[in-house]
Design a protein around this ligand. Structure first.
Ligand SMILES: Cc1ncc(CN)c(N)n1
Length: 223
């Protein structure tokens, strides 16, 4: 269940983050919300509540990606990040709009959703890392946020949902394009972290584990 469709160097920083954050990582990938989403049994109010929070998370995530683009040390990296930003603005934002409408969330709630505690904590963490402009730190957050989602999205042992609101969220987090993006993020973090001082690598691992813990809390908040 903790396997990943990615190739991770066994002695790399990604493996260290996954190792030191193994308990919350595994709990998130096997969360009740994930199991019900993949089985197609998640209650509408739980999914709507989660999506209202995640749409606010997306705004911080876009800033994170935008700062990574600005901080990247190579033009080729900027192009990869720019393509992903475009995908999120089109496909992911479109999914939110269609699904929140299909779930019957009133327009005024969609416009002014409540901001819950873990979402606010995520926004604070993302803002802190954006302000640092540190490409390795930005990559740590992106790797955890994306690879953890790839890990649950790639599970095949929990069923296959049929409703578009369920399947759409799964499809955004699995498959060849998302896997390629996650592998690129991992490779980029490994490349950049290899040039960091060992003490800085230790700080990056701690930042990664803190992010894993917030991912678990985000699912707990939903269900
Ligand atoms: C909370 C959270 N973490 C990660 C992802 C994947 N981009 C997400 N949509 N939401």
């Amino acid at each position: 269940m903790t396997s990943t469709p990615l190739t991770l160097p066994t002695d790399g920083i990604t493996a260290r983050i996954r190792g030191e954050g193994a308990t919350p990582w595994q709990a998130a990938v096997d969360h009740r919300f994930v199991r019900e989403l993949l089985a197609g049994t998640v209650p509408d109010d739980a999914l709507a509540g989660y999506l209202l929070q995640d749409q606010q998370f997306l705004d911080g995530f876009l800033r994170l990606l935008g700062q990574a683009l600005a901080s990247a040390d190579a033009p080729a990296s900027r192009l990869v990040l720019a393509r992903q930003l475009g995908m999120l603005a089109d496909d992911e934002q479109g999914y939110f709009e269609d699904s929140l409408a299909a779930l019957g969330v009133p327009a005024d709630v969609r416009r002014h959703p409540p901001l819950l505690g873990t979402t606010a904590a995520f926004q604070t963490l993302m803002a802190e890392v954006v302000a640092s402009r540190s490409y390795p730190r930005l990559l740590v957050l992106l790797v955890v946020m994306e690879v953890l989602y790839l890990d649950w999205g790639s599970r095949t042992d929990l069923g296959e949902p049929t409703r578009p609101e369920h399947l759409g969220w799964v499809e955004l987090h699995r498959g060849p394009d998302f896997t390629r993006w996650c592998q690129w993020l991992v490779d980029e973090l490994e490349r950049v972290a290899a040039t960091c001082h060992p003490a800085e690598r230790g700080e990056l691992v701690a930042l990664g584990v803190r992010t894993v813990e917030l991912e678990l809390a985000f699912f707990d908040q939903a269900r």
